[in-house]
Design a protein around this ligand. Sequence first.
Ligand code: NAD
Length: 467
Amino acid sequence: MNTRMLINGELVEGAATLDVVNPANGKVFATIARADEGQLEEAVAAARAAFPAWSKLTYEERGAMVGKLADALEARKEELAQLLTREQGKPAAQAMGEVIGGIYQLRFYASQRHEPQIIKEDAKSRILEHRTPLGVVAAVTPWNFPFMMVTQKIGPALVTGNTVVAKPAPTTPMCALFIAEEAAKIFPAGVLNVIVDENELGGPLTAHPDIAKVSFTGSTGTGRKVYASGADALKRITLELGGNDAAIVLDDVSPKEIAPKLFNGAMINAGQVCLAIKRVYAPASIYDELCDELAQLAKDAVVDDGANQGAQIGPVQNRMQYEKVLGFLEDARENGTVLAGGDRLDRDGYFIAPTVVKDIPDSARLVREEQFGPVIPVLKYDDIDEVIARANDSEYGLGGTVWSADLDRGVEVAMKIDSGTVWVNKHLDLPFDVPFGGAKQSGIGREGGDEGVSAYTQKHVINVALN
Ligand code: NAD
């Protein structure tokens, strides 16, 4: 288990230390290196110094090294998945899914190319468009997917010729340090740096004058600060932020068939997914039946330490979020009818019983805000236009789902949801070559697909007179 940061090609101790807690028991399981502002400066300076040589390499050369990192991580995937469960809490199968996903993601980015293109040519001129890297990228990530959020950023940043300073969330730094350990053997010094903080270095890092681009995933509140911090230097900024995704169930589905899909979409990773289903809207004709089906699934779900076989829902990742979710439960008890769960589990760690709430008003906190925990409100509707308006009445617009036996009807409703991605009769299908991101205050820019790769470059046009 690597406990050191990666700065200028070396695995280094920190100016300070950080305790990392296993959310399944609330106990410290690692004490690791933590940076101060001096080490942040060293990391940015190393990335800056590495940029000229790294950016001159070809896509093939850089892609080969990113691919090598994927191979090295794959060779240790069991160890990595166990570490991921230990620091984040998710069940083992979900942790392995994240690890494999992150490795494939690196391979996808390793294969991407941005060759110069002739965009116009006639007798008088030839106009070539190159895509050049930006410089040093700050990659700042949250605690819900501590491996895949990092690979999602370093993959496209590195392959396009940028150098990187990555900073994971303070409660889940271990996967990033695992990547750092393997990266130290592969990349030239300074190309990838990984530093750890206690939530105080994100600001100085994103505001640093030598950072050319910030790729940030986290809450909308922090995203606003990151956006503001880039104003002076007019930094390129990608923001992947919070969501409050609605699932709209149409009246032609079978509640029994649809309930497990909705339940999984809401409870995966204990509800700590930006694109998790965070509000379910069901028509009056099937409302009670659907609520009962969801409640039964909540009562039957196995909530346990993700490392234990059979665990379906793990703990909430950290104490702060746990207390936040307990606040949402209080709101649910006061304003709605709790059909299942409704409280913490009486055991060590940050466990919350999967909770289903009905008859709660749209104005309740649990409906308006992002709960980011295993708690789902189910709301009744009478009219499809009315429910579309209610679903769109949010500052967020990240994802959403529509469930119907009639695909045309499903797509018609999906077209009216003001979100970056809307799925019809499925959920969380995120191919690497398809861009995703938020509408409204769920973000700016896209990750994934060609757009996600281009976001780490700028156009450089060479316009040549031919006579
Ligand atoms: P957060 O905003 O608290 O923290 C995210 C990261 O920002 C952490 O690394 C943190 O240390 C750092 N940070 C803190 N203050 C900063 C500052 N002033 N400047 C720069 N960085 C700073 O988010 P979180 O609680 O770790 O993550 C949960 C949130 O992330 C949820 O809202 C979730 O929806 C969102 N999220 C979004 C996506 C997406 O793709 N849209 C994906 C995953 C999570």
